[in-house]
Write a protein that binds this ligand. Structure first.
Ligand code: PBG
Length: 340
């Protein structure tokens, strides 16, 4: 056969020629230890309850969340992140049931910590929205024109109490997700003031006002009216994220997080470039729901799509990924159906 004079000399395909070659040159790893499972625990239910918009995810009882935590530890996951779902009648304007030691989240934290000890990193969502009757992430007040405002500094005081209560209950890590200014420094000082020097702060640094949180709001029975645009970031802004991340680093964040993940991979990349602490990304409920729904219809191949989504988040710069698929991904990895 005559040689095509324009035949390429440089052939990237050589490195894709066999599975073994691809394994050798694979750049990005995905390991169970890098995954954190977000879980919901509800008060006043006696059996786990399905969440319609998050098929396969449930609201746990305190008993079933113990078993889930054990399964997470056995699967080699890095951690578990707990969200509390109180009874409606326990919600108030200040979110007091988040702070109460017998509040649902604090009881679950204690149970989970008792179950897993130090074998799994136990994390708590440190935010008021699950606990307030108005559904906002902070304490509300009235602005100059009679409008509802989320009062930043009053909220910091509430976060301090919440974080200290979660640390006392057994959280290794608290995760302030309310996007209040100064929340990391405030919580750090409150924790240290109570002797919780070893409790780490995972800062939700770049958290966007996203439509992809929809199913989560069902999961926690949120009563939010309005939106969170006065505290969560505008989806069109990138530079603003580097400011938020730098502030949280200066305030003492032990880890920083970007959320959501898949629509914000550029933010994740930027964060990884400027952060000198581990970077996490939260693959949120809407991301889970999209792939689940498409797969249910036979429009997408579920497991490969899940693994690709997680690998992409790692490739963009996340050291740690919070995902409702953490247990599934660990199983697929153990079976050799993902990247190790
Ligand atoms: C707030 C919080 C939210 C999520 C995690 N923490 C909701 C919000 O900010 O409205 C969303 C997580 C998800 O969608 O999976 N405490």
């Amino acid at each position: 056969m005559p040689q095509n004079p324009a035949a390429p000399v440089v052939r990237p395909r050589r490195l894709r020629s066999t599975p073994a070659m691809r394994r050798l040159v694979g750049e990005t790893t995905l390991e169970a230890r890098q995954l954190v499972l977000p879980v919901f625990v509800a008060d006043g239910i006696d059996a786990p309850r399905d969440i319609t918009s998050l098929p396969g995810v449930v609201q746990h009882t305190v008993d079933s969340i113990r078993r889930e935590a054990l399964a997470a530890a056995e699967a080699g996951l890095g951690g578990i992140m707990l969200f509390g779902v109180p009874r409606d009648e326990d919600k108030d304007a200040r979110g007091s049931c988040g702070v109460a030691p017998d509040g649902i989240l604090n009881r679950a934290l204690a149970a989970v910590r008792e179950e897993v000890g130090d074998d799994l990193v136990v994390m708590a969502d440190t935010c008021l929205d699950e606990f307030t009757d108005h559904g906002h992430c902070g304490v509300i007040g009235t602005g100059a024109r009679g409008e509802v405002v989320v009062d930043n500094d009053a909220t910091l005081t509430a976060y301090n109490e919440l974080a200290v209560a979660q640390a006392a209950a057994g959280a290794h890590v608290v995760g302030p997700s309310g996007m209040m200014d100064g929340q990391i420094a405030s919580i750090r000082a409150a924790l240290d003031g109570q002797g919780h020097h070893d409790v780490a702060v995972l800062a939700y640094s770049a958290k966007y006002a996203s439509a992809f949180y929809g199913p989560f709001r069902e999961a926690v029975g949120s009563s939010l009216q309005g939106d969170r645009k006065t505290y969560q970031q505008d989806p069109g802004n990138l530079r603003e994220s580097s400011r938020e991340v730098r502030l949280d680093l200066d305030e003492g964040a032990d880890m920083v997080m970007v959320k959501p993940a898949m629509s914000y991979l550029d933010v994740l990349r930027q964060t990884a470039e400027i952060s000198d602490v581990p970077v996490a990304a939260y693959q949120v409920s809407g991301e889970y729901a999209m792939i689940s729904a498409a797969a249910e219809r036979g429009w997408i191949d579920h497991d490969p799509a899940v693994m690709e989504s997680l690998l992409s988040i790692r490739r963009a710069g996340a050291d740690i990924v919070l995902t409702y698929w953490a247990l599934l991904a660990a199983k697929l990895l153990a079976e050799g159906r993902g990247r190790r």
